[in-house]
Design a binder for this molecule. Structure first.
Ligand code: CIZ
Ligand code: SF4
Length: 308
């Protein structure tokens, strides 16, 4: 049997991508070799929007389950595949639809906002969805809301609460990868690189975001690094975003706040699995009708609020 070198894998992936009219989408946290072969690299919402606009009939989504599901919700006419069906998001799994229904009963007047890191079933229980890019605007746009249930990330909730005057009722979820970044890691890196700007994701703990020059989603981090006059950055988020940051800014320096911030689920997609996915049309992500429609409504409300 022919040995599958990376070059051969890429050649076979490219051949099938053409033959099947497919595009490969990769999240900013994917392995460098996956980012390298992707048609687009971005955050979950950017990738879902590309999925909706593309003429391709087949989308190989390299990210975690809720991201591929969001793409499937937005574009039901396309086939969305995940190379590894087990690439889930532990934070998204910290809230379930029955648990959210219970919380809603306790706060019947609250508006319900979910972070995009949630299952379709949970999105279907919500009034409006948000991402880390637009969470503050979305909450601010809920003019008449006195109370807002915010699921599942308690740290994103704490960050948003510090930027608005709404009362947030958070869920007790968190990202196991971002909590590995400690304030002492930032202080240590700042000592080593005193001129560096600290950019942190709002999924980090408040102790970490308090030390940041800017608190940003992954797509906004890329924009910020491109636009900033600074030449050095300490990056407090998942480590493989550094691949994209370095590639887009070859003359700037990027230091991970902690090399422990590696999301094992994001690393489940490999070149071998992408090839398998294209060859076998696996693993298709489908969201059942009623849940899809209700989940889609919460995503559409986010898009409408963000466009205002
Ligand atoms: O929405 C995304 O892609 C996530 C989960 C993170 C980010 O900030 O881009
Ligand atoms: Fe989920 Fe955190 Fe991994 Fe993102 S980095 S997929 S929030 S566990």
């Amino acid at each position: 049997m022919e040995k599958l070198t990376d070059a051969l894998l890429v050649k076979k992936i490219n051949q099938l991508r053409r033959e099947k009219n497919a595009i490969i989408l990769a999240h900013n946290y994917q392995l460098p070799e996956v980012q390298e072969i992707a048609d687009f690299v971005g955050d979950s919402l950017e990738l879902s929007r590309i999925a909706a606009k593309t003429d391709a009939e087949l989308i190989v989504f390299c990210g975690v389950h809720f991201m591929a599901e969001t793409a499937a919700i937005i574009c039901p006419d396309k086939v969305v595949l995940m190379p590894d069906a087990h690439a889930g998001c532990p934070m998204a799994n910290m809230i379930t639809a029955p648990a959210l229904r219970e919380l809603k009963l306790q706060h019947p007047k609250a508006v319900v906002v979910c972070y995009v890191n949630t299952s379709a079933e949970v999105k279907a229980e919500c009034d409006v969805c948000c991402t880390s890019t637009n969470a503050v605007w979305i909450i601010d746009s809920l003019k008449d809301a006195q109370e807002v249930i915010f699921v599942p990330d308690k740290y994103l909730a704490a960050y948003v609460a510090s930027k608005t005057n709404k009362t947030l009722i958070p869920w007790n979820g968190y990202c196991p990868t971002h909590v590995k970044i400690l304030a002492e890691d930032i202080l240590k890196e700042k000592k080593l690189h005193p001129d560096a700007q600290v950019i942190a994701h709002p999924e980090c703990t408040p102790e970490v975001t308090a030390l940041a020059n800017a608190v940003l989603s992954t797509s906004k981090m890329c924009e910020y690094a491109r636009g900033s006059k600074a030449g050095e950055f300490i990056v407090a988020t998942e480590v493989d975003i550094l691949y994209r940051l370095k590639k887009e800014n070859p003359h700037k320096k990027f230091y991970p706040a902690s090399t422990l911030a590696r999301c094992p689920n994001m690393k489940k997609n490999t070149l071998e699995k992408i090839l398998f996915s294209l060859e076998n049309m696996k693993y298709e992500i489908n969201v059942p009708g009623d849940i899809r429609l209700r989940a889609r409504r919460s995503i559409e409300r986010m898009l409408e609020a963000a466009a205002r």
